[in-house]
Design a protein around this ligand. Structure first.
Ligand code: ATP
Ligand code: MG
Length: 333
């Protein structure tokens, strides 16, 4: 998505601004509290903490949380991801090279293939791997012991994580959208780190357009800084922020041109819905996954879209925001 920046740029920004201490990890208080208790208890028992599964929309802080857990325990963290593991050998290489107590972070764990999932179960439960060596009648299995480790899985789609895999995690934590004051705090911290001078009322506007998501907030801050540099004197003011958002076609609640197009498609082409995901994706030329991961969660959070068994429906709130008339009520009897 152009207005969200390129993947590389996001990675760099994520790294610079990623909180390294719990104090800097704003919000998600319940999750933080519970994770710290789990870690403390495991430390007292002198064993690695249980396997943890984090789920939530992109950019809400799952990877950051995993790094904080590893810091708190004082062990290394190895990073892998569901789609990057193809063969049993890939997984075996990673698992057998772990150190006692290591954390293995598996991003996009819902995309791990089913065969590898089966290999992972005994690894998670009993810290062993059953490998099949050779093929056909000559094939035999060997059991490999692996170091005791903690798996931290991360997913944007909890519903796609199979029940057997889910049940092998000790605790499952869901990250929610942040509230505005948390996002403002994140923006203040980011401004300090990036040496940006910004007015409070400007940061408030950016927070309001952040989709309640730290990564998006940081990304917008950077975009507005570019504007302040080129069109102003470097300071982020309310006026500069508004100019930047106009130019990027981001509205006062953070909707992008793409969000508005999705809403208008449902309203104009499908009479407000219900419309199925496939049809909507085809009509807007968006990927189904992008609609599910990026656009829809925020539109639902705003109450602009509701999901029904027959598909997505746009609400009158959405119509009002777009300056359209409310829909005439259909008579039900
Ligand atoms: N609680 C937080 N406090 C401060 N900054 C945060 C917080 N959560 C996330 N961030 C910022 O947002 C960036 C993105 O977070 P992170 O990479 O952890 O998200 P994610 O949930 O792993 O996303 P994805 O699903 O795309 O992998 C971080 O680098 C950090 O700058
Ligand atoms: Mg991540």
């Amino acid at each position: 998505m152009s207005s969200q920046g390129s993947k590389n740029e996001l990675d760099n920004l994520d790294l610079t601004l990623r909180p390294q201490r719990w104090e800097d990890y704003v919000g998600q208080e319940k999750v933080k509290k519970n994770i710290r208790i789990i870690i403390e208890a495991a430390k007292q028992r002198n064993e690695p903490p249980e396997h943890l599964l984090f789920y939530g929309n992109p950019g809400l802080g799952k990877t950051t949380l995993a790094h904080l857990v590893s810091k708190e325990i004082g062990t290394e963290i190895r990073i892998t991801s569901g789609p990057s593991l193809e063969k049993a050998g890939d997984l075996a290489a990673i698992l057998t090279n772990l150190n006692e107590g290591s954390i293995l972070f598996c991003d996009e764990i819902h995309r791990l293939n089913k065969t590898l999932e089966e290999y992972l179960y005994p690894a998670m439960e009993e810290f062993k791997l059953n490998l099949i060596l050779g093929r056909g009648p000559m094939a035999r299995t060997t059991e490999l012991k692996i170091p005791r480790f903690t798996l931290i899985g991360s997913t944007t789609r909890l519903s796609l994580v199979s029940a057997p895999l889910r049940s092998r995690f000790g605790v499952i934590f869901g990250l929610n959208f942040y509230n505005l004051s948390d996002i403002e705090r994140i923006l203040q911290r980011s401004s300090r780190i990036l040496n940006i001078e910004a007015d409070d009322d400007a940061l408030k506007i950016i927070a309001k357009s952040s989709r309640f998501t730290p990564r998006t907030a940081n990304h917008l801050l950077k975009r507005v800084r570019d504007f302040a540099q080129v069109k102003g004197n470097g300071r982020i003011t309310k006026e500069i922020t508004k100019q930047a958002f106009d130019s990027l076609e981001i509205d006062n609640i953070g909707l992008l041109a793409e969000d508005r197009r999705i809403l208008k498609t449902i309203i104009n082409k499908f009479n407000g819905g219900p419309v199925g995901l496939k049809t909507l994706a085809a009509a807007t030329a968006e990927e189904e996954d992008t609609i599910l991961d990026i656009y829809e969660p925020y539109l639902m959070r705003l109450g602009f879209i509701i999901r029904t068994p027959r598909g997505r429906v746009a609400t009158d709130l959405a119509r009002r925001h777009l300056g359209l008339k409310a829909q005439k009520r259909k008579l039900l009897f």
